[in-house]
Design a protein around this ligand. Structure first.
Ligand code: NDP
Length: 252
């Protein structure tokens, strides 16, 4: 993906595994200069190993250290990225966590951690690039939400609330930036086979599968292709939208 001589630059948060990794791989194959994140110094060796593994497949992906829950860490990472490339065209707010428990037993920390990582993060990261996107008169912001924001989920008041917050954020920012060549959308995956879903107890997982009309979990690539579609220049009339990819599990 090029703009004259310069590659379009894409940042995918939390892209070293799962859905984020699939997004990174697809965007790099499409010609974007892709940057992803590792959360702290402890995870750097693992991230470098991942980067080398992908480079061996001719997929060159750049890394910055960024804890999406931490404003200062986001600012430092954004400065690093903009220092290297001077622009950002596509921002995929993908990093997320779960800390499940019924509300009666939910520790305050589990609430705060999920809100910080899944909702504050979207503000923390996007704010660092907003001036750049506006100055470019171009940008694609794609926020990864969840089916569990749309329908609520037993045992996930924190996660459902954080992800639902992303929809409000998306629609408000889409209005603020619509005249600036910037689109802001959410993608809401259903259950996708990644570490996050594999962490669910197997019995519960099998029960969940019976509730998915297509009869299987989604694959990370199936989310990535929708993100890549929203990232296209030609997707300029789609803003403030929410695209569901859930095998028919929730229709609205
Ligand atoms: P994974 O658990 O496989 O990966 C999550 C990624 O986010 C990891 O790279 C992780 O980094 C990163 N991350 C977590 N916290 C932080 C942080 N504070 N700072 C920086 N990076 C962080 O998740 P999935 O790939 O399954 O999920 C990706 C997104 O899709 C999430 O937002 C999730 O909520 C959403 N989603 C997933 C669904 C699914 O079924 N899998 C369904 C609906 C939505 P590290 O390796 O350091 O932990």
């Amino acid at each position: 993906m090029t703009t004259g001589k310069t590659s379009r630059v894409a940042l995918v948060t939390g892209g070293t595994r799962g859905i984020g990794e699939a997004i990174c791989k697809l965007l790099v194959r499409q010609g974007y200069q892709v940057v992803t994140t590792f959360r702290n110094a402890d995870r750097k060796p693992q991230a470098l190993e991942w980067q080398n593994r992908l480079a061996a497949e001719s997929l060159e992906i750049d890394l910055v250290q960024m804890d999406v829950a931490d404003t200062q860490s986001c600012e430092a990472a954004a400065n690093e990225l903009l220092g290297r490339y001077g622009r950002l065209d596509v921002l995929v707010n993908n990093a997320g966590i779960t800390r499940d428990s019924v509300m009666k037993k939910m520790p305050v920390e589990a609430w705060k951690e999920v809100i910080h990582t899944n909702l504050d993060s979207v503000f923390n990261v996007t704010r660092c690039f907003l001036d750049t996107l506006i100055a470019q008169n171009y940008g694609r912001v794609i926020n990864i939400s969840s089916i569990n924001a749309q329908k609520g989920q037993f045992g996930q008041v924190n996660y459902s609330a954080a992800k639902a917050g992303i929809h409000g954020f998306t629609k408000a920012l889409a209005q603020e930036t619509a005249r600036k060549g910037i689109t802001v959308n959410t993608v809401s995956p259903g259950y996708v086979e990644t570490d996050m879903v594999l962490a669910i107890d197997e019995k519960i997982r099998e029960q969940i599968k019976t509730q998915i009309p297509v009869g299987r979990f989604g694959q990370p690539d199936e989310i990535a292709r929708v993100v890549a579609f929203l990232a296209e220049e030609q997707s300029s009339f789609i803003t403030g939208a929410d695209l569901s990819i859930n095998g028919g599990m929730f229709m609205h």
